[in-house]
Design a protein around this ligand. Structure first.
Ligand code: G3P
Length: 212
């Protein structure tokens, strides 16, 4: 399974650049960083060779397509994030014909994911944490999407997004999701286990005991 980092922070991206397979941003994450969106995107794309998602802000298809063309010019690993909905799917259809990679975002159901695939999306992003927040089961939705895509051989890749904890990543891998995009904190936690830390400490202590 590929791991993307869900952040627009250059500091976080630089620290994990050689480990991660891509980056996803959204307007909230970009706003937190300040600076110019296009310059920040260019810098991220220069650090990470894999796909880097950046979102459009327009709400109608023509505006989305216009913004997407501009974003796609910034680097060849830019993936344009388009919000789910009828206007978004019109834009995705057009962009797919132009060979511009898309990531359909704000997906909360398997029917939305079906439309994304039918429209020619490169990636689809179900937001599991936000589904869980509303007492739903985000991973059930991912399971449904994977089954539907498998039934028809859709090539749209599933990015499990709005990941809140390590368990979301475990379940993504068990279900066979293509990608999990994780916040920095979760990415770091994936490397860690208290018994690893304890084991290293004990080995060093024993080793120093012998040397003394
Ligand atoms: O990739 C989507 C993600 O950034 C949303 O996460 O935690 O705001 O629901 P969250």
């Amino acid at each position: 399974m590929q791991i993307f980092l869900d952040t627009a922070s250059l500091k976080e991206i630089k620290e994990l650049a050689d480990m991660i397979d891509g980056v996803t941003t959204n307007p909230s994450l970009v706003a937190k960083e300040g600076g110019t969106f296009h310059e920040l995107l260019k810098e991220i794309c220069g650090i990470v060779p894999g796909p880097v998602s950046a979102e459009v802000l327009s709400l109608e298809p023509e505006g989305m397509v216009r913004e997407a063309r501009e974003l796609a010019k910034i680097a060849n690993n830019v993936v344009v994030k388009i919000p789910m909905g009828l206007p978004g799917m019109h834009a995705v259809k057009q962009l797919s014909q132009e060979g511009i990679a898309t990531n359909v975002t704000l997906v909360f159901s398997s029917t939305q994911a079906l439309w994304a695939a039918k429209s020619g999306a490169t990636f689809v992003s179900p937001f599991v944490g936000r589904i869980d927040d509303r007492a739903g089961d985000g991973m059930d939705v991912v399971d449904e999407i994977l089954e539907v895509y498998g039934n028809y051989g859709y090539e749209t890749e599933v990015i499990v997004a709005s990941v809140r904890h390590v368990r979301h990543v475990v379940e993504s891998a068990l279900l066979g999701a293509d990608i999990a995009t994780v916040p920095y904190k979760v990415a770091r936690q994936l490397f860690e286990h208290p018994l690893t830390t304890e084991g290293i400490d004990q080995f060093l202590k024993d080793w120093k005991g012998v040397q003394a």
